[in-house]
Design a protein around this ligand. Structure first.
Ligand code: TYM
Length: 332
């Protein structure tokens, strides 16, 4: 059976981008057709300036929202990264096959490091090594597929390189995974700045739809989305990024095609109204289920405890094998 692994980082409230680009496929497709693991990757949240209490709160919230979005603990394994030591254990060994040049070429590192420096802050070493930990997340479980949004494809590519290099040098140890990216909404853009990704760690609130936003707030944010000059509705990502973003969101929410949908609209106003309603409808059951789950925090805890136990047992043999292959003396 195909093994699937993916993760989400608790650095902010989860967004419509997270949902359409990743979580929805995990719940609707991946957990049904594969042996799937989904992880709240809290260690990754420590790579930038953070508030400990907030990271803890967001980790619990992310796990709750993943269940609210439809992950079923009977079908998949849901857990928190720091509850399974194997991730950090394997990350170190993979640092010994990765190079610093490779890390410095990663787009996300370059963007985030530049932003930190602009703010006058320093860059944590863990931000540079972040993709190695991500590779460890994936390789520890022998995942074949990694369902992610477009922005994570480069990291999965690096994971492949590290797996191949390790296997070549030290013997076949890792499954070489591949990224799977959704056809529509693989990169949902910020409604106020359609040149930038809708990211949960960004500060621009009005351009980001959060999964827990009230319907009225969603309507306001979509209604005020930046559109392009010109008035006809056409799907053109390069020339009309604002309208293209709305069409993609609408398509992802309704199951249509952005190109075909464009033909159905004569004005931006109606497109915004319909997009807002489609988003409200998609988020409605998630918000309702989230409310129910918040009333039963013991349930979420039990899921995470069982998930970590299962994950540990799955990762251990591969990480032990990697330790032996690279030349570490087995414990006596
Ligand atoms: P993260 O937490 O930024 O995002 C979680 C998932 O949501 C997708 N995503 C988007 N998709 C479309 N449009 C957007 N605007 C958008 N924003 C986010 C991301 O592509 C991702 O699939 N490094 C990862 C977390 C991670 C991971 C892993 C993922 C750590 N280890 C191992 C897969 C496998 C990250 O920061 O995702």
């Amino acid at each position: 059976m195909t093994r699937v692994f993916s993760g989400i980082k608790p650095t902010g409230h989860l967004t419509l981008g997270n949902y359409l680009g990743a979580m929805r496929q995990w719940a609707a497709v991946d957990q049904h057709r594969s042996d799937a693991l989904f992880c709240v990757v809290d260690l990754h949240a420590l790579t930038v300036d953070h508030d400990p209490a907030r990271v803890r709160r967001l980790s619990r919230q992310a796990a709750t929202l993943l269940l609210a979005a439809g992950l079923d603990p009977e079908l998949c394994t849901l857990f928190v990264q720091s509850h399974v030591d194997e991730h950090a254990r394997l990350s170190y060994v993979l640092e010994c096959v990765a190079t610093d040049g490779e890390m410095r070429r990663m787009i996300q590192y370059r963007e985030k490091a530049a932003r930190e420096r602009e703010r006058g802050g320093s860059v944590r070493l863990s931000l540079l090594t972040y993709p190695v930990l991500m590779a460890a997340d994936i390789l520890a479980y022998g995942a074949d597929e990694v369902p992610v949004g477009d922005d994570q494809a480069q990291h999965v590519e690096l994971t492949r390189d590290l797996a191949l290099r390790f296997n070549q040098r030290y013997g076949g140890t890792f499954v070489v995974p591949r990224a799977t990216v959704p056809k529509v909404a693989a990169r949902v853009m910020n409604l106020q700045d359609p040149a930038s990704k809708m990211g949960k760690s960004d500060d621009s609130g009005p351009g980001i739809v959060y999964l827990l936003d009230e319907p009225e707030v969603v309507r306001k944010k979509v209604g005020r989305a930046v559109t392009d000059s010109g008035r006809d509705v056409v799907y053109d990502r390069a020339e009309r990024p604002g309208v293209a973003n709305l069409l993609e969101i609408l398509a992802a929410c309704t199951g249509g095609e952005p190109d075909a949908l464009a033909g159905a609209y004569a004005s931006y106003g109606q497109l915004k109204k319909d997009t807002a309603e489609a988003v409200v409808e998609v988020l409605r059951p998630v918000r309702a289920r989230h409310r129910e789950l918040c009333a039963d925090p013991g349930f979420v805890e039990r899921v995470l405890r069982a998930g970590a136990e299962k994950a540990r047992a799955m990762a251990r043999p591969t990480v032990d094998a990697a330790y032996r292959a690279i030349g570490l003396l087995p414990p006596v």
